[in-house]
Design a protein around this ligand. Structure first.
Ligand code: 6R9
Length: 659
């Protein structure tokens, strides 16, 4: 293919560092090279994983492993029956592991609670009885609007246990967002709390629920019958008698025994809303058997899980898909001991995360690049004050991790020895799709590397031809996988149109740009919507951002394309400098230095027209940079919808800096 053909993304980045697994790590690793051979027959492979990793009340028959007769609507293990909560709880107790800690929960103010598998099972049984007493039945939708407290995990599992469907909504979302999600799914119950803790303060949640449940603009009531309220902050709440119920009052009255009944493998498990760049949020639907199979397999193989020894911590909120798959379902299906933390990383001091690692002797840590870059900005002195020697594996998710951040993560947090696994996946894929396998793969900082066993991925151009080595293109998934989304709630046409129409009904288009290098390793280049076109060259945000982050002065960078009279689009960069370097150079000098640095690292074509030094970047609650808003700033437009920002003040701070 011609080098600068319009449907390719230019390849700019060169990264030569390699980290082969240590001999000791490889010798004890859960994952083996043979898995890749087995994965070449995906249907048989996933059937074997489903049998090995899960308990089936009624086994599926081999012929019904995958039904792909009506693409893109797949069915996996269709005639099998299981109970998701039983798989995450009871069976570990029955296997003699009831005394193993399932959850160590740490509240932001410093309170903590731990639950063994036996204790967590009892709590979930009680909650399941409570939901049943409130009339919640198989298939009903329950909205969960909670801070990261144990009741969030207990609620999700209780809903799953009775075959109902949860829809977890981020505690930071507005009354309008909550109402639209309640309406879209016709939820019958909301589980919330009086409030939670964030950044050292109690924030209220119940008033938002009250507001969300008022009659809407057309005077229509919501579908919600009851609101179950967990007491967390003991703040004042308004009470709607007959509708509102205190969790602690109700749970005290129910039976502690509950027998988990079997549900079909394709019984819906949850809906999770993901905001597209435009239009109303999509309710991504996941079902039971296939989802649980792939989250359990990936949690074990990608994180090298040894359930008897490891202490695993994913810092994700349960309002994000990572919180579903790698806080709740994957770790608990595997009988892991895990940590969950309610608050922000810097409360009450910037070493809070490292204090938690030290306190619980965390051995596996799974975090987002945005957090890692924030720690880089603060400097290595803070983590150095804590004992992080228990860590033996680090993971990353949510955005491309810049090679510099990857190396910093391994050196400073991982003591220069831990593998770092960069895991690519989406709400829609349900579970990890691309990642190194620790102990097997030679690691490359900045690359998510290879499809996990049993997953078929390609990088193609606009005409569905596989790109050659080092040519950027579009990431597609070419074979169905067990944890794939089963649809968009209530909108099958939108599901087909958004993901399965660009290359026909059996090819999943992920919306991400990627390139494969000569070794076959995959490098994610950012969302295709964010690709810039400068003088006919298609440039990825990820590569230019990584070049900026490779300068010692820079902690975080976001680049966007802004309209330009001569080049079509021009690169505009927003940069946060590291603490120690903050006053090393005046802003004008810094900007000139960084423009030159990008040109030197990856070529003159990528040299930013402008580099703005800022103190904040706009991010979603899961840490993704909202480049759309920066594009508005760069092109001098009014700033668009900011309702999914973690911190809605950020945009005015940035606009003021540029004035
Ligand atoms: C799990 C999650 C999905 C989008 C995805 C991609 C980006 C996630 C990534 C990554 C590069 C990684 N993304 N992990 N990009 N490298 N390791 O984040 O789900 O919130 O639905 O976002 O996030 O752009 O398409 P979700």
């Amino acid at each position: 293919m011609a080098e600068n053909s319009s449907d390719n993304i230019d390849n700019l980045m060169h990264e030569a560092r390699r980290f082969p697994p240590s001999e000791t790590f490889a010798a004890g690793a859960v994952a083996t090279r043979e898995l890749y051979e087995q994965g070449e027959h995906p249907v048989e492979f996933w059937a074997a994983q489903a049998r090995e990793l899960l308990h089936w009340h009624k086994p599926f028959t081999p012929e019904r492993t995958l039904d792909w007769s009506e693409p893109p609507f797949a069915k996996w293990f269709d005639d099998g029956e299981l109970n998701v909560a039983y798989n995450c709880l009871d069976r570990h107790v029955l296997a003699g592991n009831g005394d193993r800690v399932a959850l160590h929960w740490e509240g932001e103010p410093g309170d903590s609670r731990s639950f063994t598998y036996a204790e967590l099972t009892t709590e979930v049984k009680k909650a399941a009885n409570l939901l049943t007493a409130l009339g919640v039945k198989q298939g009903d939708r329950v909205a969960i609007y909670l801070p990261l407290i144990p009741e969030a995990v207990i609620s999700m599992l209780a809903v799953a246990r009775i075959g109902a469907v949860h829809s977890v909504v981020f505690g930071g979302f507005s009354a309008e967002s909550l109402r639209s999600r309640i309406d879209d799914a016709s939820a019958v119950l909301v589980i919330t709390a009086d409030g939670g803790y964030r950044k050292g303060k109690a924030f209220p949640l119940k008033p938002t629920v009250d507001k969300a449940l008022e009659p809407n603009g057309d005077g229509e009531e919501s579908t919600v019958r009851n609101v179950l309220v967990v007491q967390r902050t003991e703040g004042d709440v308004d009470w709607h008698a007959g509708r509102d119920l205190w969790w602690h009052d109700e749970i005290a009255q129910v039976d502690t025994e509950h027998v988990a009944r079997a549900f079909p493998a394709e019984n819906p498990l949850f809906i999770l809303y993901t905001s597209g760049t435009t239009g109303k949020p999509k309710g991504i639907l996941h079902t039971s058997g296939g989802y649980l199979t792939q989250v359990a397999f990936t949690h074990k193989a990608v994180f090298d899980l040894k359930p008897e020894e490891d202490v695993y911590w994913s810092t994700a909120d349960v309002g994000w898909i990572t919180g579903h798959s790698y806080v709740v379902y994957g770790p608990l299906a595997n009988g892991a001991t895990e940590v969950i933390y309610e608050g922000t990383p810097d409360t009450p001091h910037p070493g809070r995360w490292w204090e938690i690692v030290q306190k619980y002797r965390v051995s596996i840590l799974y975090a987002a690049p945005t957090a890692i870059r924030t720690f880089m900005k603060l400097g290595r002195q803070i983590p150095k004050e804590f004992d992080l020697s228990s860590l033996r594996l680090l993971g990353s998710v949510g955005e491309p991790i810049n090679p510099e951040a990857w190396v910093w993560y391994r050196d400073v947090i991982g003591g220069g020895t831990t593998p770092v696994v960069d895991t690519w996946w989406q709400t829609e894929t349900g579970a990890i799709m691309i990642s190194a396998l620790p102990g097997v793969t030679t690691l490359k900082p900045g690359s998510a590397q290879v499809p996990i066993p049993g997953i078929a991925i390609d990088v193609v151009d606009d005409r569905f031809r596989s790109t050659e080595a080092d040519q950027g293109g579009l990431l597609v998934i070419t074979h169905p996988w067990p944890s794939m989304a089963r649809g968009i709630w209530g909108d099958p046409d939108r599901f087909v149109e958004t993901y399965w129409s660009k290359f026909g009904p059996t090819t999943y288009f992920a919306g991400d740009g990627a390139r494969r290098d000569k070794d076959g390793d995959i490098w994610l280049l950012g969302r295709v919507d964010d690709v810039m076109n400068v003088s006919g060259h298609r440039l990825s945000t990820a590569e230019i951002e990584s070049a900026l982050v490779s300068h010692p002065m820079v902690a975080e960078a976001a680049v966007v394309g802004a309209a330009d009279e001569t080049t079509g689009q021009a690169v505009v960069a927003f940069v946060i400098t590291r603490a120690s370097q903050a006053d090393a150079a005046a802003a004008d000098d810094a900007s000139a230095v960084l423009r030159a640095h990008v040109a030197e690292q990856i070529g003159a074509i990528a040299r930013p027209r402008e580099v703005h030094i800022v103190t904040e970047l706009p991010k979603t609650r899961s840490g993704k940079i909202m480049r759309r808003l920066l594009r508005d700033v760069a092109e001098g437009r009014e700033i668009g919808d900011t309702t999914t920002l973690a911190d809605t003040m950020v945009m005015s701070v940035i606009s003021n800096t540029l004035k």
